[in-house]
Write a new protein. Structure first.
Length: 212
């Protein structure tokens, strides 16, 4: 068994750590490493791996937007999300888009290898604790009736500015918060409203009367 892996993460230290970790396993090799979506898409054209370790919170094109585009172009590629977001909503959304696994960056080495091998063999890997959270999320509630109550005041501010057409940079300046903080809010809003991109977000928000 030889598993070829590509890694996409905007933090060089994370990439280096994964490379060092995976170097201990002869049956796993690194096909490429990328720090953003543009690099990734160019790299996949040149060398398609078996498995892509994909960070969810990438600058520019986040992992949740990249995943469906990647899978449409490369349906045989298996994606394993590797993220700091301990969110059942995020995991649910990524899996619904065709991602084969969801792992936190705090996971241990044995679990990472198990996840890689499971996904390579055609399975799906989600840690038991996250599976339970997803099950609870899906039990007895519809997101559309709950989302008015789950959006925080700050998320509602960010949402209105997104609807107004402001960029993440504009929003960061207007609200006096960091650019990455805006990305985090934007990502949470997309998850809570169960949409995959800004155009769908705006359409749904206006339909539900969540913004003007």
């Amino acid at each position: 068994m030889n598993i070829r892996i590509a890694i996409t993460d905007d933090h060089p230290m994370v990439i280096m750590g994964l490379q060092n970790m995976l170097a201990n396993y002869p049956h796993i090799s690194i096909a490429g490493t990328y720090q953003d979506g543009t690099e990734l898409m160019q790299g996949l054209e040149q060398d398609l791996p078996d498995i892509l370790l994909l960070d969810v919170q990438l600058p520019g094109s986040p992992g949740d937007e990249l995943a469906p585009d990647i899978l449409k172009k490369y349906p045989a590629l298996r994606i394993l999300a590797l993220t700091n977001l301990d969110s059942a909503l995020c995991a649910h959304n990524m899996l619904r888009q065709g991602v084969k696994g969801y792992l936190l960056k705090t996971t241990n080495q044995d679990t990472l290898i198990e996840a890689i091998e499971t996904v390579f063999k055609g399975g799906e890997y989600v840690e038991p604790e996250m599976k339970e959270k997803i099950a609870q999320l899906n039990e007895g509630r519809t997101r559309e009736t709950a989302l008015k109550f789950t959006l925080t005041p700050r998320e509602k501010e960010v949402l209105q500015l997104i609807v107004n057409g402001d960029t993440n940079k504009d929003i960061a300046q207007k609200l006096h918060i960091g650019f990455r903080t805006v990305e985090y809010y934007r990502f949470n809003i997309l998850l809570k409203l169960d949409v995959n991109n800004t155009a769908a977000l705006v359409k749904k928000v206006l339909r539900l009367g969540l913004a003007r």
